[in-house]
Design a binder for this molecule. Structure first.
Ligand SMILES: O=C([O-])CC(=O)C(=O)O
Ligand SMILES: [Mg+2]
Length: 617
């Protein structure tokens, strides 16, 4: 992942290596032996003559393993450092498949992939992007949750930047240590609410790393343009504080004014280092902070909160698709949310927007949405203070109730959405009530990872005579009911954020309106085929998620120009083609300089000249 400084070989005389134009920078002399010059390989710009041959093997961004050609091996001076065999990238992909499948434990698969990432970046991303259905559950939800829980044990090399509270006043200096000068997208967490697993402090780094891996694998955003960040302000997780393997600051969370000032400084440092239009994706912050920061920064920075807006978008896409099965329109739906945190409120707010766009008056839209939090149904009779922020819009003038089964029987929702991180609260009884009250009940169990889902896919189908329209945040295996197999779709924000990210960074959008997430929802829903619905899924298969991401990026790009939010001019006419031209190349590129006279070792022949070498295939 990291590009390391390398020795250019110039000793005792002035080095004539260029700096800016080639993307090569000279590293501060203080750490460098006298009269020697070191260089960094940054971004995707490489000047092979100024990088030591061995660095082409050691640097995962340059390494191609056995795919280095004979010419490259000789030119780079790495001939003999590898076995004789030449492999194509395709052959290497086959090996990766065999290697990863040797492991049965998902965490071991995760570690294999993490090592591949550290060894050969292009191969890692091609492998991931071409095997999304198998590998997304490993590098992302649910296995990434386990990786975070075991972070202290499995930590090997940094894949992102750790900014601790001790760095306050110097965040910009820390950011300067990140070796990439052209970061366009940051995913940041403070680790307070990692998936539904709670406060994992610095171990939460796995989340931004996993999210940004999907930026590249699903939307083709170049890896050097992505920066995962963990802001470490401590943790309130006592187990971690007492765990000798914990790698973060061993202190309680900094809160209040100090915390806010710290995040303010972070936002300013991002802009100072990488520019005003750097995309900052907030991920897995605690509820109270997530909403505050979104409101505070959304109009002044290029930012969004994935748990509020990304999850909302994927859920609303599922609701659009569900209408094709129920034959109803939004005005006929009654919604009940179990949970009133980031995801639930985000989905409810965007659902209101979608209903209004469908012609439902706004008061009526709010009336149609009920919400339950840890204290029961949100009602107007609640104590002041327990209806903070956005919750107030969803409080109803009815008797308080605390039992979810009773609430479901009374409200008779047509749509039941779980975003509570309370595993199993959609009991068989509740699911049966949903089926009694609706010909096609809609049930989303969105909490992550799998262990936190409100019900399993199997429970949902089996307790509703398989009439349920189901989706979940984490993947579930297919469910067999009678002679029919259902393939539940994964209502995960991974369908949304990579495409939104691509559109936003290519257009240089100043800030991100909710409208973009509604557009993303519509693009995703439009992609759902009757055959997906037939299979029991409200979403297209994960294998088409790259196409979905591109469609979303095109929709976001149009919106950015229509709304005057873009800063990249002129406006491209063919937006899809323009976006495609900016994508990461998953295939190896030549490591040979463009104009190079091959100084081959005299006793070696080219492959064409030598049947012996041609035979080493
Ligand atoms: O990471 C995921 O799978 C979805 C998400 O944002 C969350 O659960 O916080
Ligand atoms: Mg999240």
């Amino acid at each position: 992942m990291f590009s390391r400084p390398s020795l250019c070989g110039t000793v005792g005389k002035l080095c004539r290596c260029g700096t800016s134009a080639t993307g090569i920078t000279t590293v501060a002399a203080a750490t460098v032996p006298a009269a020697r010059h070191y260089h960094e390989v940054v971004g995707d710009i490489v000047c092979p003559s100024q990088v030591r041959g061995i660095d082409h093997i050691r640097d995962p961004r340059l390494n191609k393993g056995l795919a280095f050609t004979l010419e490259e091996r000789q030119t780079l001076g790495i001939h003999g450092l590898q076995p004789a065999r030449f492999k194509t990238q395709e052959e290497q992909l086959q090996l990766c498949k065999i290697a990863v499948n040797r492991y049965t434990e998902p965490l071991n698969k995760y570690l294999y992939l993490s090592d591949l990432y550290d060894r050969n970046e292009r191969l890692f991303f091609r492998f991931l992007s071409e095997n999304i259905e198998d590998l997304m559950p490993i590098v992302y939800t649910p296995t990434v949750g386990l990786a975070c829980q075991r972070f202290g044990l499995i930590y090997r090399r940094p894949h992102g930047l750790f900014i601790t509270y001790n760095d306050r006043g110097h965040i910009f200096d820390v950011m300067k240590n990140w070796p990439e000068p052209n970061v366009r997208a940051i995913c940041v967490t403070d680790g307070e609410r990692i998936l539904g697993l709670g406060d994992l402090g610095a171990c939460g780094m796995g989340i931004p790393v996993g999210k940004l891996a999907l930026y590249t694998a699903l939307a083709g955003i170049k890896p050097h343009q992505c920066l995962p960040i963990l802001v470490d302000v401590g943790t309130n997780n006592i187990d971690l504080l007492e765990d000798p393997l914990y790698v973060g600051l061993r202190q309680k969370r900094v809160v209040g004014r100090e915390y806010d000032d710290f995040i303010d400084e972070f936002m300013e440092a991002v802009v100072q280092r990488y520019g005003q239009n750097t995309l900052i994706q907030f991920e897995d912050f605690g509820n109270h902070n997530a909403f505050r920061f979104l409101d505070k920064y959304r109009n002044t920075y290029c930012t969004f909160n994935d748990d509020i807006q990304g999850t909302a978008s994927v859920a609303v896409a599922g609701l659009y698709a569900s209408k094709r099965i129920t034959g109803k329109s939004f005005k006929d739906y009654t919604f009940l949310f179990a949970g009133a945190g980031e995801a639930a409120i985000g989905i409810a707010d965007l659902t209101v927007k979608a209903m209004v766009q469908d012609g439902v008056p706004i008061e009526e839209a709010y009336n149609r949405i009920y919400m339950v939090d840890i204290d029961g149904l949100l009602t107007k009779s609640r104590k002041v203070g327990s209806l903070d922020g956005h919750k107030i819009h969803y409080a109803k003038d009815i008797n308080p109730m605390t039992d979810l089964a009773e609430i479901v029987s009374t409200i008779k929702p047509s749509v039941l959405i779980g975003a509570s991180a309370a595993a199993g609260i959609f009991t068989p009884e509740i699911l049966r009530t949903m089926a009694d009250n609706n010909e096609r009940p809609v049930v989303f169990a969105l909490s992550n990872p799998t262990s936190k889902a409100e019900c399993t896919a199997e429970d949902a189908y089996k307790n509703t005579d398989a009439r349920v329209i189901f989706s979940s945040g984490s993947p579930f295996p297919p469910v067999q009911v009678g002679d029919k197999t259902f393939y539940p779709g994964q209502g995960n924000n991974a369908y949304i954020f990579p495409g939104v990210g691509l559109g936003v960074i290519c257009t240089g959008t100043h800030h991100i309106p909710d409208e973009m997430f509604l557009i993303a929802a519509q693009e995703l829903a439009n992609f759902v085929e009757p055959s997906d619905i037939e299979r029991g899924s409200l979403y297209p298969p994960l294998s088409s998620i790259r196409e979905v991401s591109m469609n979303i990026a095109v929709g976001v790009t149009k919106c950015a120009y229509d709304r005057g939010l873009a800063s990249t001019y002129p406006e491209p006419q063919d937006k899809r083609k323009w976006l495609e031209n900016q994508l990461y190349n998953f295939n190896y590129e030549s490591s040979m300089p463009a104009t190079w006279v091959w100084p081959r070792m005299p006793y070696i022949k080219t492959r064409e000249e030598s049947p012996l070498i041609a035979a080493i295939k």
